[in-house]
Design a protein around this ligand. Structure first.
Ligand code: ADP
Ligand code: MG
Length: 697
C-alpha cells in the first residue's frame, strides 16, 4: 500500500527538481496533494474524427489509424522526426521534436493506434506535433476514460515540462499504485445525501467513467470543501465561546438614558431597535459578542454603535470605534461629540496624524479610565494603545479590515471585549456564510422614514452642458454636489491629474463669485483634507470634487447630487457605496453616471444594474456574478478562505447551505470534534484552519 503522505519527489517520473516546482508553483507537496489537484476541464474523448473531417478550426481531435513513412528531417538543433498517420479517408503529418529515439523504437507500423492532439494547418495539409498515442488494444483496457482531464499549469511548470498532459501522466502513475484515501465525511452524511465515497470520487474526478459519475464526483468534492470550511468557522466560534468569558453589561444607566431621552432627535426605526435588542442579549449572555451588523448605506448604523457604547460606559467599561479612513474617523468623532453634548462622556480621537502632545493625554486618560470612548483609525490597534478596561470594540466598514486585525482588537484586554463589526457592503448570503460564518449576523433592513430612493441615470460627454445646468439649478435651491473621479492605483499621479483637470473645468463653468468648489484626494495632507471636508459639511462648499476617499461613510444629508465621472471604471459595489452618499436627507436625490461611448459588455451591465435598482443586496449578488468573490474583496481580505479549489460561491449556493447545516449538526453532537469517529475529519479541519488563517485566532 502506497503511503499518500509520501513526498511528491518520490513519485516515479518526478524527481527533486520538478518536485520543487510542483511545490512552489501549485502547493503539491505529497502524493495526496496530487490527488487533490483537480482538473479544471475535460475534453470529450468519446468522439473519433476521420482525417477527412479535420478542419482548420478543430480543437483537439482523436483519430484511429496507422503510422507510416518515418523520416528524420532538419539539421542540428532543428532536427525533427516526421511521419504520416492515415486512415481510410486520408493522411496527416505527425511531428516530434523531442524523444525521437523513443518514438521510433516504440511505434509499430503494423499496429493500429489512436492519436490525440491539436491539429495545425500548414499549406494544404494538417499536422499534429507530439500527439498522444496509444495502441487500440491498450486504449480499450486503459484506465483512461472518455473524458480527458486538463490540469492547469503555470508558465514555470511548462518550462519544466509539467504541462497538463504531463500532470495527467503523473496522476496515472499514482493510480497504478495501490493506495487508500481515508473518508473524511461521516458515513451518516454520505448515506443520507447520497454522496459518492472518496475512492470512487477521486478516480472519477481524474478519469471520469461517464458524465454522470463526473458530476457526482465534482459534487462530492464541492461538498467536502464547503463542509470543511463551515466546520472550521463554526468550530472556531464554539471554541471562542467556550474559552472566552464575555463581560456582562447588566445596567442601562444614566449615560444611555440621558442621551436617549434628552439628545436623540429622532425615533429609532424598528430595524434599529431589533438590532439593539440582539446586542443587548449578547451583552447579558456571559459570552463574548461577535456580531456582524449589516445595513445598507444610510440605514443608521452609527447611532446603534453609539447606543451600544453608552451601555458599555454605563457598566464602567471603555469603548472604541474604529474606522477605515481618517476622514471617516474624523466625521464619527464630530458626529458622536455633537450628539453627546450635555452628556457626561469623554470622547477623543486617535489617528496617524494625532500630535504627540495630544497622544500623551489620550494615553494617560485611557489608562486611568477617564477616557470613555476612543474613536480612530488603524492607529487604535497598535500595541502601544493600552486601555484600562476595554469592554466594547466597534469596527465600521468591516470589509476593509481583515480577520487578523479583528483578532488584534481582542488582544487589547486580558479578557477580550465584545466586538461588533458594521458593514454597509451588502454581502451576499453565500459570501457572508464563508467570510463571516463565525459571526452572528444582524441586519438593519429598513431606512429611516422619509427617504426617497435616489434617482439614477447615465449621461454621455456631449450632455455635459445639460448636466452642469442641472447642477446649477439644484445648487440654487441650496443643494450640494459631489463629483467623483475614479482612482486606479497603478497610475495614481495620472488619476490625480484627471481629477485636477476636472476641477479646473468645473471652475471655468461655475463662476467662483457664486459657487464654491473644493477638492479632496488621497495624496493631500490630512489637515488639508479635513479643512476641505469641513467646509463641505458646513454647507459653505457647493461642489466637492473628490476621488473615492469619500466612498466610505461620509454623511452630509444636504448633499443630494452625486456625479460619478468615468463611471464605467468603477465596480458595482463601489458605485453603490458612492451613490449611498446622497439620499440621506428628505429631498429627492440624484446620481448621474458619466460614461464613455465605448463600453464593454460587463460595464454596460454594471451601469444598467445601477440604473435599475437601489437595492444593495441585488447589486452585491450581481457584482459577485460579474467579478467573482476574490475580486469583490480585493487583497485586503487575504487570509480569508474565499478562493475555493472546486466549489463556487456563485453556482454552489445550495451545496453550501447543506454543508453548513450538516456542519452545525455534527458540531452540536461533538463541539470540538474530539470523538473517535470524527478524528480524521478533525485533522482535516485543523489543517484547513492553519492554511486559511495561520495563527490569528
Ligand atoms: P450608515 O448606516 O450609512 O452609517 P448613518 O449612521 O451615517 O448611516 O446614518 C445616516 C443618517 O441617518 C444620519 O444623518 C443619521 O443621523 C440619520 N438617522 C439614523 N437613524 C435615523 C432614524 N431612525 N430616523 C431618522 N434619521 C436617522
Ligand atoms: Mg456609516
Amino acid at each position: 500500500m502506497t503511503d499518500l503522505s509520501t513526498n511528491i519527489i518520490y513519485l516515479k517520473g518526478i524527481g527533486p527538481k520538478r518536485g520543487e516546482i510542483l511545490k512552489s508553483e501549485v502547493g503539491i507537496n505529497t502524493f495526496e496533494d496530487l490527488l487533490y489537484y483537480f482538473p479544471y476541464k475535460y475534453t470529450d474523448r468519446s468522439r473519433f474524427y476521420k482525417v477527412r473531417d479535420i478542419k482548420s478550426d478543430s480543437a483537439y481531435v482523436q483519430i484511429r489509424g496507422k503510422f507510416c513513412c518515418f523520416s528524420d528531417e532538419g539539421q542540428g538543433k532543428k532536427k525533427y522526426l516526421h511521419a504520416e498517420f492515415f486512415d481510410e479517408t486520408g493522411s496527416i503529418d505527425v511531428i516530434w521534436f523531442q524523444q525521437i529515439k523513443w518514438v521510433k523504437t516504440n511505434i509499430d507500423t503494423k499496429k493500429e493506434y489512436i492519436i490525440f492532439g491539436k491539429p495545425n494547418q500548414f499549406r494544404n495539409k494538417f499536422s499534429i506535433a507530439h500527439p498522444e498515442f496509444e495502441e487500440v488494444e491498450k486504449f480499450k483496457n486503459s484506465i483512461k476514460t472518455l473524458f480527458q482531464a486538463e490540469y492547469s499549469s503555470t508558465e514555470k511548470m511548462k518550462k519544466f515540462l509539467l504541462h497538463s498532459r504531463a500532470v495527467s501522466k503523473l496522476v496515472q502513475t499514482l493510480f497504478e499504485n495501490k493506495f487508500e484515501l481515508k473518508e473524511c465525511i461521516p458515513a451518516s452524511i454520505l448515506n443520507s445525501l447520497h454522496i459518492l465515497p472518496i475512492s470512487e470520487a477521486i478516480s472519477n474526478i481524474h478519469f471520469p467513467q461517464s458524465i454522470k459519475k463526473l458530476e457526482s464526483a465534482q459534487k462530492r468534492f464541492k461538498f467536502e470543501e464547503l463542509f470543511i470550511n463551515q466546520l472550521s468557522l463554526i468550530k472556531q466560534k464554539k471554541l471562542r465561546q467556550h474559552n472566552i468569558k464575555g463581560f456582562i453589561f447588566k445596567t442601562v444607566g444614566d449615560k444611555f438614558n440621558n442621551f436617549f431621552h434628552k439628545n436623540l432627535k429622532f425615533e429609532l426605526t424598528e430595524a434599529q431597535k431589533n438590532v439593539i435588542r440582539d446586542i443587548r442579549k449578547d451583552f447579558l449572555s456571559g459570552k463574548q459578542c461577535n456580531r456582524l451588523l449589516q445595513g445598507d448605506v444610510g440605514s443608521g448604523k452609527t447611532i446603534v454603535a453609539l447606543l451600544c457604547m453608552l451601555i458599555a460606559i454605563d457598566n464602567d467599561f471603555q469603548a472604541c470605534l474604529m474606522a477605515p479612513t481618517e476622514i471617516l474617523a474624523q466625521q464619527h468623532y464630530e458626529t458622536v461629540s455633537e450628539m453627546l453634548k450635555g452628556v457626561d462622556v469623554n470622547v477623543r480621537i486617535l489617528t496617524g496624524s494625532t500630535k504627540v502632545k495630544q497622544r500623551r493625554i489620550i494615553d494617560e486618560e485611557l489608562q486611568s479610565g477617564e477616557l470613555n470612548i476612543l474613536i480612530g483609525t488603524h492607529a487604535l490597534i497598535e500595541d502601544k494603545v493600552q486601555f484600562k478596561n476595554l469592554g466594547l470594540a466597534i469596527i465600521d466598514e468591516q470589509h476593509r479590515f481583515g480577520v487578523a486585525q479583528r483578532a488584534k482588537l481582542w488582544q487589547k484586554n486580558e479578557n477580550p471585549p465584545h466586538v461588533i463589526v458594521m458593514t454597509a457592503t451588502p454581502i451576499p448570503r453565500t459570501l457572508s456564510m464563508t467570510l463571516y460564518g463565525d459571526l452572528e449576523v444582524s441586519v438593519i433592513n429598513e431606512l429611516p422614514p422619509g427617504r426617497k430612493p435616489v434617482k439614477t441615470t447615465y449621461a454621455y460627454e456631449k450632455q455635459r452642458g445639460d448636466l452642469y445646468n442641472f447642477l446649477k439649478k439644484e445648487i440654487k435651491t441650496g443643494r450640494q454636489v459631489y463629483v467623483v473621479y475614479p482612482l486606479i492605483k497603478e497610475s495614481e499621479t495620472l488619476d490625480i491629474k484627471n481629477l485636477e483637470e476636472g476641477y479646473e473645468a468645473l471652475k471655468r463653468y461655475f463662476d467662483s463669485t457664486e459657487y464654491k468648489i473644493a477638492m479632496v484626494h488621497g495624496q493631500m495632507k490630512p489637515e488639508e483634507k479635513q479643512i476641505q471636508m469641513e467646509s463641505f459639511v458646513s454647507g459653505k462648499t457647493n461642489i466637492l470634487v473628490a476621488t473615492t476617499v469619500i466612498e466610505v461613510g461620509v454623511n452630509v444629508p444636504n448633499a443630494s447630487l452625486m456625479v460619478i465621472e468615468s463611471a464605467e471604471r468603477f465596480g458595482l459595489s463601489q458605485l453603490h457605496q458612492l451613490r449611498g452618499r446622497v439620499g440621506r436627507g428628505a429631498d429627492q436625490s440624484y446620481c448621474i453616471l458619466m460614461i464613455g461611448n465605448k463600453l464593454t459588455t460587463e460595464a454596460k451591465r454594471r451601469i444598467k444594474t445601477m440604473v435599475s435598482t437601489n437595492d444593495g443586496f441585488i447589486i452585491a449578488e450581481e457584482d459577485l456574478k460579474l467579478r467573482g468573490p476574490g475580486d469583490m474583496f480585493g487583497t485586503q481580505q487575504s487570509g480569508t478562505p474565499i478562493n475555493f479549489r472546486i466549489a463556487s460561491l456563485i453556482t454552489d449556493v445550495k451545496i453550501l447551505q447543506v454543508a453548513r447545516e450538516k456542519a452545525i449538526q455534527i458540531l452540536e453532537d461533538d463541539p470540538f470534534l474530539t470523538k473517535e469517529e470524527n478524528k480524521y475529519l478533525s485533522k482535516k479541519v485543523d489543517e484547513y484552519i492553519k492554511q486559511s488563517w495561520g495563527n490569528v485566532s
